[in-house]
Design a binder for this molecule. Structure first.
Ligand SMILES: C[S@@+](CC[C@H](N)C(=O)[O-])C[C@H]1O[C@@H](n2cnc3c(N)ncnc32)[C@H](O)[C@@H]1O
Length: 435
């Protein structure tokens, strides 16, 4: 099937599921569309102003409405009956705007049913909330202009598209520079089998279309969202035995991602010595701001950050809430320690030929008796359990006039020669690093 045909076949399945099969959240067969953690008290307060029918037809999997969005223009992809739009409208307040897009008429009907009454009861301007019929793969056709949106939110929808590339590309175009996609969706720990991907109920339940999380990250980068940041994640449980059988060992997660549209992001977190201080200025987040799973900012505390985070906090919609210090003039290496990059701990080289690579784990014996102990630096070449292979580079057998190096191993035969030098008093203290 051509990709357009697949796109429209999937849309038909999903429309039927949300337009006819499901009547309320309780009709769902898995927790995929309702795993959202308890929301922030300000969101809870906003939810108390959302009409009951809308709340009962909530099929989201997260809390993708960030705080601190006063005055922003927000777009909700796959807004359903509009719960998140009604919440976001209260946060952007009179100076902002919220647009919801959905392809299922019956969902839009419910969303629109309460709009006027809600706006009047809140004393908001008429145009604060708008629901459009449209497809998330083609938001431009639904009237969303390029570079017009500050924040795109979405709750358990993008997995339902067979053309996630088009969705992300359209979002990248629609966002202003410094704008952000902040959305919760379903991901998988592996690429799903054809059997799962062809299962209609699993499509409707937001599982069959879930991307392997690494493929999703790659797609983001390809589109231009160079540094996707995960904020929250929760495993989705499949209780239905039949669906469980089809999905097998695959694990599904609801993850809230943050994708910033910024020109100067790099593919890795690089260290330039930047710092940032959160000013405590977001309503509801006066004490701390969590940017993602890695960077958290207690109010007024100076936090070391990588170059990308400096870029985000300087040039995105978050910028007025942070004081960022530093430039990119001097590169100080990778922000993450090398042990993360190489996947194992890397120890410092103690001296000359006796680096950690060359030092097997010291035995109890040579810890106490060999030259690894500070007092015995010259006693015997150390670090191999029996010292058998160390003679060449470590003992004075070949060049008796040289002082012994404190420790060596067999690998040093291939290593560049250790420069000769006079024996120093500190040599007495030299030893392998034992940690
Ligand atoms: C799981 S529901 C989530 C609805 C809403 N975000 C919420 O949290 O209640 C998925 C919604 O996305 C809409 N949808 C799915 N695929 C879509 C597409 N390709 N274009 C537009 N809307 C889509 C469906 O009509 C449905 O309302």
């Amino acid at each position: 099937m051509a990709s357009e045909e697949v796109e429209s076949a999937v849309q038909d399945i999903v429309k039927k599921y949300y337009g006819e099969t499901l009547q309320a959240t309780t009709d769902l067969k898995t927790s995929a569309c309702c795993v959202a953690n308890s929301p922030h008290p300000l969101i809870k307060a906003a939810l108390s102003n959302v009409p009951d029918e809308i709340l009962m037809k909530f099929y989201g999997c997260g809390n993708p409405v960030p705080l601190g969005i006063l005055g922003l223009t927000v777009l909700d992809l796959g807004s359903g009956t509009g719960r998140d739009c009604y919440v976001a409208a209260q946060l952007v307040s009179g100076s902002g705007k919220v647009i919801g897009i959905d392809m299922t008429e019956s969902q839009l009907e419910v969303a629109n049913k309460y709009k006027k009454e809600f706006i009047e009861s809140m004393y908001f301007p008429d145009n604060i909330l708008e629901f459009k019929h449209g497809y998330i793969e083609h938001i431009h056709e639904a009237g969303i202009q390029d570079n017009s949106i500050d924040l795109i939110i979405s709750n358990c929808v993008i997995n339902l598209s067979s053309r996630k590339d088009l969705v992300l590309e359209g979002c990248f175009r629609a966002l202003k520079d410094g704008g952000e996609m902040y959305f919760s969706d379903v991901y998988c720990d592996r690429r799903l089998s054809e059997e799962v991907r062809a299962h209609k109920v699993l499509w409707g339940e937001c599982l069959a279309g879930a991307l392997y999380v690494e493929d999703f990250r790659e797609l983001c980068k390809k589109v231009g969202f160079i540094d996707p940041r995960a904020l929250e994640a929760e495993e989705i449980l499949i209780h239905d035995p039949e669906l469980k059988k089809v999905t097998g060992d695959a694990k599904f997660f609801s993850i809230t991602y943050r994708l910033f549209k910024l020109k100067d992001l790099e593919s890795n977190g690089e260290n330039y010595g930047h710092t940032a201080r959160y000013l405590g200025t977001m309503r509801g987040l006066e004490r701390k701001y969590d940017l993602d799973g890695k960077f958290s900012f207690p109010k007024n505390k100076v936090v070391k950050i990588d170059g990308n985070t400096a870029e985000i906090l300087t040039n995105s919609w978050l910028s007025s809430h942070f004081a960022v210090e530093g430039t990119k003039d001097t590169h100080l290496g990778s922000f993450d320690s090398l042990s993360i990059i190489f996947g194992k701990e890397i120890k410092a080289n103690a001296q000359g030929c006796c680096g950690p690579k060359d030092c097997p784990e010291p035995t109890e014996k040579n810890k106490t008796e060999g030259c690894c102990t500070p007092n015995n630096a010259e006693k015997e070449p150390c670090c191999t359990p029996n010292n058998a292979e160390n003679k060449d580079c470590c003992t004075s057998e070949k060049e008796p006039s040289l002082p012994k190096e404190p420790c060596c191993s067999e690998k040093t035969e291939d290593a560049p020669p250790v420069p000769r030098r006079e024996k120093q008093p500190a040599d007495e203290e030299a030893s392998c690093i034992i940690s």
